[in-house]
Design a protein around this ligand. Structure first.
Ligand SMILES: C=C(O[C@H]1C=CC=C(C(=O)O)[C@@H]1O)C(=O)O
Length: 407
């Protein structure tokens, strides 16, 4: 067991992450909402494991799950062979893990990290953002707007009450693009988001994001939490921040968010759980946007339901904040009409059993980095009152959450 590190050794988060990347080890670095600490988990394995997302059974790990459930019901798991905790000033507070410092892979990683920090002491090189500004692809826009029109027609026919349709936006990035600095910039820009950078080594891709949406949280006191998040408005007017008090919501957004809350309450009903606290909806800011949010909480000790997190995770994903209601018909429509594979976008990700807590977030406001291409993903909730152009503009604003910081 590697616990509380040797004080003579200086662990540098950026060099460790770069070393994992270089050696092909899966790794995840994250900052929880409103936290001043950053965790870095490195899995010294060949690739990700596939395990059931059973929060009571899993070891300390980082879980990432695609939008579409795998037939086996499994999720991808990065095992916490090494977990570093860094303070706000990036000094290393603690190292935990299940392998000793003498393990050959640990030695290799630490040596590589030393090499990397010698090459780039203090990581001072200036910021290099994305290389190309994209033109809006008219075909992509037409495709999305046509899908919205079809969805509105399907809602009027009664096929479903709400659906979330999404799209991508692709930019190039140069080989010098600094992944870790991008993560740091997002941490500073979005203190209330879950900010993460995940290296999926066996797929040669990374995911970077700053999501505002908790899917399932189980804290050290055994409190289960989830949120209903929907409805979107710009938080900026002529470049200045609009106060939350001045935000008014229309019928469309109120209904859209109420459907997500109803979906969550139906999940509680399925397991006959009535003892949940509900707070909201209220206006919350997520960077450049405002949303409506309702928070749900349950004390799992009081209801004698220690496995509530696992049970609700299975029932909730994908919620109607990313899929639709009813779920099955919305999912069929998405597969038939959206026209691309969402992959990990609108799936979920986060640490499980790290420091006695699990915190899984919906993978929103995120992008995939692979082969010099940065693919941004964004969706919008469609109801009977949706206007295709406005929904497109909403997805542009959602892409801007990351783009405005990383450009
Ligand atoms: C699907 C996304 O956002 C969801 C979360 C908040 C608001 C949403 C909306 O207003 O449509 C979406 O349901 C996304 O960011 O890609």
């Amino acid at each position: 067991m590697l616990k509380t590190h040797n004080p003579t050794r200086i662990f540098q988060a950026e060099s460790l992450f770069e070393a994992a990347l270089n050696l092909g080890f899966p790794a995840a670095v994250w900052r929880l909402p409103h936290s001043h600490e950053v965790n870095l988990l490195i899995s010294l394995q060949d690739g990700m494991q596939r395990r059931l997302p059973d929060l009571e059974e899993l070891p300390a790990c980082f879980v990432i799950h695609p939008f579409e459930p795998l037939e086996s019901g499994e999720a991808f798991v990065l095992e916490g062979d090494l977990i570093f905790t860094f303070s706000e000033d990036w000094s290393c507070k603690e190292v935990a893990g299940n392998l000793g410092q003498e393990h050959p892979f640990v030695k290799r990683l630490l040596e590589k990290a030393d090499e990397m920090s010698d090459e780039n002491p203090g990581g001072t090189s200036s910021w290099i953002g994305f290389a190309l500004n994209p033109e809006v692809d008219p075909e992509e826009k037409n495709h999305f707007e046509k899908a919205v029109t079809e969805a509105v027609a399907a809602i009027s026919r009664g096929d479903f009450a709400k659906i979330v349709l999404s799209r991508t936006k692709t930019l190039t990035y140069s080989p010098e693009f600094q992944f870790f600095k991008a993560f740091k910039k997002l941490c500073v820009a979005y203190p209330s988001a879950f900010v993460s950078l995940v290296n999926l080594a066996d797929r040669d891709e990374m995911w970077l994001g700053a999501t505002p949406e908790t899917l399932v949280g189980v804290n050290g006191e055994g409190t289960f939490s989830t949120t209903s998040l929907a409805g979107t408005q710009s938080a900026l007017e002529n470049g200045a921040l609009v106060s939350a008090h001045d935000i008014r919501w229309g019928q469309k957004e109120i209904q859209e968010q109420a459907l997500v809350s109803r979906y969550i309450i139906e999940c509680f009903k399925k397991i006959r759980l009535r003892e949940y606290q509900e707070r909201g909806p209220r206006t919350v800011r997520a960077g450049n946007l405002y949303h409506l949010r309702t928070d749900f909480a349950v004390n799992t000790h009081d209801v004698n339901f220690p496995e509530l997190g696992t049970v609700m995770l299975k029932l909730l994903h994908p919620t109607s904040a990313v899929c639709g209601m009813p779920k099955e018909s919305a999912l069929r429509f998405i597969k038939a009409v959206e026209g691309y594979d969402r992959s990990f976008y609108s799936g979920y990700l986060g640490p499980v059993n790290v420091d006695g807590e699990s915190a899984l977030f919906v993978n929103l406001r995120s992008l995939r980095l692979a082969d010099g291409l940065a693919t941004f993903f964004a969706g919008a909730g469609i109801t009977e009152d949706s206007d295709p152009q406005r929904e497109w503009d909403e997805t542009e604003m959602k892409c801007d959450t990351l783009l405005s910081v990383l450009r």
